[in-house]
Design a protein around this ligand. Sequence first.
Ligand code: S6P
Ligand code: ZN
Length: 187
Amino acid sequence: ALPVPPMSIRFDQGAGTLSPEGPTLTRRMSDLEGLFRDSEAWAAAVADGDPIVYSVVSSPVPEIDRELPQSITTIQPGTTAGELWMTKGHQHPNHQGEIYLCISGHGGLLMFDGTETRWVDMTPGTIGYMPPGWAHRSINVGDEPYSFLAVYPGGAGHDYGWVLEHGMGQRVLAGADGLDFVNYVEG
Ligand code: S6P
Ligand code: ZN
């Protein structure tokens, strides 16, 4: 990846695009293998159209040391066996901080340091801060798409295996009366 000049970047909320744009990513249900509590319900959703769960559009700022890339994630509303739709979640292998700014919708930021979990409610205007060493997952807790801007160190890297191995401490389910937080155990 090559360095880029100073620039402004526009987000078109209706189209969900950045201009100028960098890589974009679409994660379907099949990309979230091993992450939902109910693996049979997950497999049924994959078989039944494999819906898009979230997409990530990035600016052209490269993911290299000392650069400061940005991306906008949009998570669709939905549940799988009651578990709210979410990102895969990851740890930054080179423990570094990151911020999210909620743009639209209603979400939550689940963080886990291997021992403790923390939850930040995300509504438009909220900045969520992830300190170095806290794995993070985003969850749509509303009934419309949830979009947020991420700004992160270009050399941070993304470790998805960490979450598969350690979990996220808690899961977030849609309860009859709001959110239900349950321990991250299988079954
Ligand atoms: C990158 C930042 C976000 C996520 C995005 C998708 O450090 O935290 O751009 O990559 O929200 O989540 P995930 O867990 O699939 O990378
Ligand atoms: Zn991150």
